[in-house]
Design a protein around this ligand. Sequence first.
Ligand SMILES: Cc1ncc(COP(=O)(O)O)c(C=O)c1O
Length: 401
Amino acid sequence: MIPYGRHHIDEDDVQAVAEVMRGELITQGPQAAAFERLVADYVGARYAVSVANGTAALHLACLALGLGPGDTVLTTPNTFLASANCALYVGARPAFSDIDPETLNLGLQALRDAFRTQAGIKAVIPVHFAGLPCDMAAISEIARANGASVIEDACHALGAHYADGSRVGNCRYADMCTFSFHPVKLIAAGEGGMVTTNDESLYRKLLLLRNHGMTKVPSDFVEETQGFEQGEPNPWYYEMQALGLNYRMTDIQCALAISQFKKLDRFLSRRLEIARRYDAAFEGMEAIVLPQQRDRERSAHHLYITRMDFRRIGLTRGQMMLALRERGIGSQVHYIPVPYQPYYRQKGLAQGSWPHAEHYYREALTIPLYFGMSDANVATVITGVTDLVSGAQRRALSASG
Ligand SMILES: Cc1ncc(COP(=O)(O)O)c(C=O)c1O
């Protein structure tokens, strides 16, 4: 079976993890600090804070901004649940603004309209869908003009570039940026996440909140009497200053992430190569539209997205997925618009309309894209998709003719 996405682990990765396992520290230690430095330097941000996963990264980012009841957090409907759930975790209200039909990212006019029509939007969470960076210069300008903070959900976009050529995650356009190292993402850590920022005070909050809201740093102590004895910090003393969580990423995970990180550029270029091969193979097929093609150079290609005209193909999406599966080809739908989820509907959180996201969702089909795909795997996918699309079309034509 060729899945739609998959991690790639080699012997170096196994060795890197084994080394940590034989050492003293298997929870957070020097590997985490080294991984944070690597990511911060790579993306060009001042600070990076490793966390348990991408969801934790978004949750902590919302907490660090002080978002809470009465605040609205605006994101795209075309995303994974976590981009919106993070608002609920802190008691804020998630809201959604429609996508651009070509990039499938947050649409700029829809965003302007949302600020005009909704009160209380305190933060925007743009998502670099499938690895293609949003127009962050414009989004940031709109958000800032309306007094809102920006958290970039870059969980799909490690290694991608903004239109200005700089790397996603440098926080030039955002207060914070979040990443995920879940196995189907660009690099795998088992589970893992990161928040980057250039703001020292947000950085300090993130550190505190990641670890129970607790500090052992004497210069941060607020309790003089317990914290110090004759001017010297008490060796046993620790202090809880906020309600935090245990969102630490372990050294086992960070060792794997560091080893994976060394291969990131290779991973990215193979993904681009496969995306281009698909583009060329499906070009001219009337029942398939390939979004995000224009900016291939800038994308991290977390996913290869197609829009299929299933009516024209003569198969439902479910039938198409099953027929692909029979040929050993996995596929998936990214995403069911978040406000369509029963939880969001039942809680009355699905207010608004998102015609572009809805239209896209009806046609969406993600086909396999990952570093370890062989050329033969790519050819299998191309043949499978082309046969099904053109074969079904032929059948439809002969039935009607
Ligand atoms: C856009 C987006 N945001 C956030 C997340 C959450 O990341 P994690 O699975 O590491 O919690 C994901 C993961 O699938 C994602 O796709």
